[in-house]
Design a binder for this molecule. Structure first.
Ligand SMILES: NC(=O)c1ccc[n+]([C@@H]2O[C@H](COP(=O)([O-])OP(=O)(O)OC[C@H]3O[C@@H](n4cnc5c(N)ncnc54)[C@H](OP(=O)(O)O)[C@@H]3O)[C@@H](O)[C@H]2O)c1
Length: 309
């Protein structure tokens, strides 16, 4: 039987440590603050941002939810970022993506003060990460490393294969694994004989955005499978492709009209040594790491020594 890595328990442990850190900072008269910018009304974004604001409240982090209208201009957003950069009560700036098409996302993200870039998307933080300097690392990749370390899965010397090379997941997770002394292979849509490469993985990280793309034939039995993918299935045909006969999923699908599957086929989990489930795995670490980054940013900006996390 494969070992399941429980994202909820790991996220709870990280949040507990963050709450303790917030308590210690309070002794220095510091309350970490996060500005969450939610543009317009994208349903999924509203849920993500609500969860982030709620996590702040639970952990004692100050949050300011700012909700520009869907037709906001790039200039108005740049003014907002400049204001947030200058505010002393704000340590982290989160701009929920995707932004409406008229807003120049790259220009905006580049305008965030790197010291407040708690999403870790700014090129300065990407560069620092690559150079092995202290950096605010992107939350989902940082969460992947936390899952492995806290579950006592050895990384050093292992062959880690990352499928996906996006700036927000694939590339940074590969760099973080390299810093942990894994031998890292990065795959993408132009990789030849993908299955041959993924079968060599001791640790396989899938960040592709395609439901159940990694099939059992692409996995070596006993491997550690880390599934970053979040894909919503809404049709009966898609549901049956992955979960036919799964009574628990069936009940949830009947109730909500959808279910989530990762980038790794559920059948591949059956031959894994260890794996992160979807839902209930990597996804739950992302907000915990955002909270951790916010507290870290608060410390780093004030040059307070780092304790705990
Ligand atoms: N909180 C979380 O847990 C969290 C956070 C972020 C993302 N996600 C999920 O993670 C997944 C990936 O997100 P992302 O933002 O990295 O996606 P992305 O920007 O679309 O990148 C997808 C990557 O997968 C590669 N790819 C696509 N088709 C492929 C194929 N047939 N064979 C091999 N590689 C292929 C692409 O290669 P090319 O570069 O060659 O096109 C690309 O590098 C999504 O399901 C997303 O929802 C989860």
């Amino acid at each position: 039987m494969a070992r399941i890595l429980d994202g909820a328990a790991l996220a709870a442990a990280i949040k507990q440590e963050v709450a303790e850190e917030v308590g210690r900072l309070a002794a220095h008269g510091v309350r970490p603050g996060l500005a969450a910018v939610l543009v317009g009304h994208v349903a999924a974004s509203e849920i993500y941002v609500r969860n982030k604001v709620q996590a702040c409240a639970e952990l004692g982090i100050y949050s300011d939810l700012i909700t520009p209208a869907a037709d906001v201009s790039t200039e108005a957003m740049l003014d907002l970022v400049a204001t947030l950069n200058a505010r002393d009560d704000i340590d982290g700036i989160l701009i929920q993506l995707p932004l409406p098409p008229q807003v120049d996302s790259k220009r905006l993200l580049d305008a965030i003060d790197p010291a407040k870039d708690v999403d870790g998307f700014h090129p300065v933080n990407a560069g620092r990460l690559l150079a092995g300097r202290p950096a605010l690392a992107p939350c989902t990749p940082a969460g992947v490393i936390e899952i492995l370390k806290r579950s006592n899965i050895s990384i050093a010397g292992q062959h880690a294969v990352v499928v996906g090379r996006s700036d927000i997941v694939g590339k940074p997770v590969a760099i973080l694994l390299l810093h942990e002394n894994a031998t890292v292979t990065i795959c993408h849509s132009k990789t030849r004989n993908l299955g041959e490469v993924t079968r060599q993985a001791d640790i396989l990280v899938a960040a592709i955005g395609r439901p159940g793309f990694i099939t059992p034939e692409m996995v070596t039995p006993g491997a550690t499978l880390i599934d970053v993918g979040i894909n919503r299935l809404t049709t009966r045909e898609d549901f049956d492709r992955f979960f036919k006969g799964d009574a628990k999923r069936e009940a949830a699908f009947a109730k909500r009209g959808s279910t989530i599957v990762g980038d790794i086929h559920p059948k591949a989990f059956e031959i894994a040594g260890t794996y992160t489930p979807v839902p209930g795995g990597v996804g739950l670490l992302t907000i915990a790491m955002l909270m951790s980054n916010t507290v870290r940013a608060a410390r780093m900006r004030r040059e307070l020594p780092r304790r705990g996390l």
